[in-house]
Design a protein around this ligand. Sequence first.
Ligand code: PLP
Length: 444
Amino acid sequence: MEKISLLYKEEKTAFTQSTYDEQLLNYLAEKVGTPYYLTDEQKIGKNYSKLKQAYSIYRGPSLIAYSVKANFNPFILNYLSKLDSYFDVTSPEELYFLLKSGGKPENVIYTSVTEMEEEYRNVMSKGIRKIVVSSMRGLYNAIEAGKMLNITPEISIRVNPEVQVRAEVRSAMKVSKFGVPLNGTNPESAYKMVKILLDEPNVKFGGFHFHLGSQLEDPNAYLQALEKIKQLILKVKKEREFKINFLDIGGGTPVNYGVKVPSPDDIVKTVIDKINELVDVNGDFFALVVESGRYVVAESTVMVSKIVNSKYYGNKKIIYLDAGYHYLLDIALLQQVYPLEVVGGNETNEEKPIVAGRLCDSMDVFQVGSESRLDGAETGKLVVIKNVGAYSVVFNMPFHSQVKPAIVYRTSDGKYYLARKRQELESLYEEEGGSLLKEKLEVV
Ligand SMILES: Cc1ncc(COP(=O)(O)O)c(C=O)c1O
């Protein structure tokens, strides 16, 4: 870990507050180059605790599983491991990151999209036991992998509850790549898969998993999904002696990007009675798992970018940042509105400018919401792009031969670390084939 020497002895203004410490941000800009990400561990801890606290009103065990896909930075994984968080892991590569960063295999819920037998063998051999399958073939692959390693995995079934969801990213539409239908008449259904699992001596049956989408705006969607799970439990119970030990309600807890959204407490208040109904129907408590990526990390991180140029097009001012959607993909993918703030800008009566990214692509323009404060947006000033901790670093790409920016990480005790070095242009060149120019690939 590379520690950045502290600029000041005394505690500085936290950079997640609305007014930023210009001197500190400029110092870091000099040190690591712009744009750079700046992550505040304290904020991760706060949001993780808020989520945990909210679900603690459930009388059975409740677990928060951080979705590694949102941000796999080793500092973040290490910190959440120390908090004894659970983890939602989707690939052997994410698992590699997690285990190397201090994560424990027993805290992993492994929900793959590819579900290959070889993949299950790989992750089970590293100690993973909680597996969520999403297809009949996936189920057989997981069972087979367990047999080959002579271990007993706990397998749960990812269902697609097919409910209407108001969210930025929806995952529960009628025909979905994720999960299986609940219905018994479908060739691959949760109903059929449960019975296969119950008849299989070499596995433990866990329960059910669903994920409705990301940035869920209306928690009522959970109610419909939970009702469907309840009906499935009742249906199987008519035929077999069975109970679930695990219910994973996926991710989706939303973040305030400038529009009011339900808090974890609001969501729990909406769903808790329904969850208790499921306990009654089940005849026992189950572990309630809540996955969360966006809520845990989004607000922890800002991108600090520089205004590198500006112009007037007629009387409309356009400013150009040295950031763009190659570092914040959701600008293009979802037209995400990130709150923006010019650091140390003087108040003016000027209309807010258009904020353009540095890419040669017309999609590379930042939405400017009402929360954005762009007074004094002049060339050379820094602009902070807020709430970018989720689904940004993980999508970094080298469009226009741009290198991956540095990540500066502020620990809970106020120390600064370089959590990722700014990539060298030479190393990008080599990675992209520059070092292979004279290497012939022998093809027989
Ligand atoms: C299965 C699953 N769980 C959890 C999440 C995390 O969702 P969020 O970051 O919105 O909490 C995702 C996101 O895509 C997901 O696919």
